[in-house]
Design a binder for this molecule. Structure first.
Ligand code: PTJ
Length: 289
C-alpha cells in the first residue's frame, strides 16, 4: 500500500483508492472494480464529497425499510467488500439482514475470498456460495441463493450495475441502492437511491438505527410511505448543477448572488412537520408538501 500523508489535501479519496487496490490484491475486487471506483470518485467530486441532505434523508428511509423488512438482504460485491466490510457486517447485525455475495464478474474464488473477509469482520453466516441462476438475467448476477436474495423482500445493493436492480424491482422486491451517480440506471430504478459514497453512507445508517429501533411499525411505514425517490434524485442533480455553476463563477470571477429562496419556495419546501420530526432529527427539508 502506498503511504499517504494524513495532511494530503485528497487524503480520504486517495485512501479509498488504496482500499480498492488492496481489494484487488487480496483477490476480492475485480479489476473492473477499479474503473467503477474512478467513476464513483468523479461523481463524488461533483457532489462535493459530502453527504448531502437528501442523501441523509434517503439513508434514514433505507434504515426504516430494513427494520420493517421480513427478509432483508444486503448484497455484497467486490468493491463494497473492499471499502466497508466491517460496516456491512454491523448494519446486517443491527437490522437482522442476511449478507449475500453476488458478483457481476463472478468467480467462485472471489466469492470465497469475500465471504472470508466478511467473516473476519464478524459475520456469522454469509450466503453466496450455493447460488443458482434464479434471476432472469443473462449474466452471472443471475446467480443468487434461494434463501437469500431470491426470497428477500428488501434488498440493499451498494454499487450495483443497473439491470439486476430492475429485475429485482420487477419481482416486487424493494431495492435500496447506494450509487454516487444519480443518472445511473441503478439510481433511476431503485426504490430508495442513496446518492452518497458507500463509505459515508454506512456509518450514518448505523448511527441512525437506535433512533428507529424505538419506533412503532406504523410510524416506520409512515416514513417509508411519504418518501418520494424522485425528490432525492432531483436534489442530487440540482446539487451537481449548483456546484458546477459555483466553480464556473469562481473561474470567471463572478460574485455569488444571494441564493436565499423567496418565501413562496420556502413554503413549498416545508416538510410535513410530524414525519419530518421523526425522520429528520438529523435534518432534511425535502419532503415536499
Ligand atoms: O464485484 P463485482 O464483480 O460484482 O463488480 C462490481 C462492479 C462495481 C465492478 C460492477 O458492479 C460494475 O461494473 O459497476 P458499475 O456499472 O461500474 O457501477 C458502479 C456504480 O457505483 C457507478 O455508478 C459508480 O458511480 C458508483 N460508485 C463507485 N464507487 C462508489 C460508488 N457509489 C457509491 N460509493 C462508492 N464508493
Amino acid at each position: 500500500m502506498t503511504e499517504i500523508p494524513k495532511n494530503h489535501p485528497r487524503y480520504e479519496s486517495l485512501m479509498t483508492r488504496e482500499q480498492i487496490s488492496a481489494g484487488v490484491d487480496k483477490g476480492m475486487t475485480s479489476r473492473q472494480g477499479l474503473l467503477a471506483q474512478g467513476r464513483g470518485e468523479a461523481f463524488d467530486y461533483l457532489i462535493g464529497e459530502k453527504t448531502i441532505e437528501s442523501a441523509e434523508y434517503a439513508e434514514a428511509v433505507a434504515v426504516a425499510l430494513l427494520m420493517l423488512a421480513k427478509k432483508p438482504v444486503i448484497s455484497v460485491n467486490g468493491n463494497a467488500a473492499a471499502l466497508a466490510p466491517n460496516d456491512l457486517v454491523t448494519l446486517a447485525k443491527l437490522t437482522g439482514a442476511v449478507l449475500e455475495v453476488n458478483l457481476f464478474h463472478r468467480t467462485e474464488e472471489r466469492v470465497k475470498k469475500i465471504i472470508e473477509e466478511l467473516k473476519a469482520n464478524g459475520a456469522d453466516i454469509v450466503l453466496g456460495q450455493n447460488a443458482e441462476p434464479l434471476l432472469p438475467l443473462e449474466h452471472e448476477r443471475a446467480k443468487v441463493e434461494r434463501e437469500g436474495i431470491y426470497e428477500a423482500d428488501v434488498i440493499f445493493v451498494p454499487l450495483e450495475d443497473g439491470d439486476r436492480c430492475k429485475v429485482l424491482a420487477d419481482m416486487n422486491k424493494l431495492v435500496i441502492a447506494v450509487d454516487l451517480n444519480p443518472l445511473s440506471r441503478t439510481a433511476q430504478t431503485a426504490h430508495v437511491s442513496i446518492v452518497d459514497n458507500l463509505k459515508r453512507a454506512l456509518p450514518k445508517m448505523i448511527e441512525m438505527v437506535p433512533d428507529f429501533k424505538n419506533m412503532t411499525e406504523e410510524d416506520l411505514w409512515e416514513i417509508v410511505e411519504s418518501y418520494d425517490n424522485k425528490i432525492v434524485l432531483v436534489d442530487a442533480i440540482e446539487t451537481i448543477k449548483e456546484n458546477l455553476t459555483k466553480k464556473q463563477n469562481e473561474v470567471l470571477g463572478i460574485e455569488e448572488k444571494d441564493n436565499t429562496p423567496d418565501p413562496e419556495t420556502v413554503k413549498k419546501m416545508k416538510r410535513k412537520a410530524e414525519v419530518a420530526r421523526r425522520v429528520m432529527m438529523r435534518g432534511s427539508d425535502l419532503i415536499m408538501e
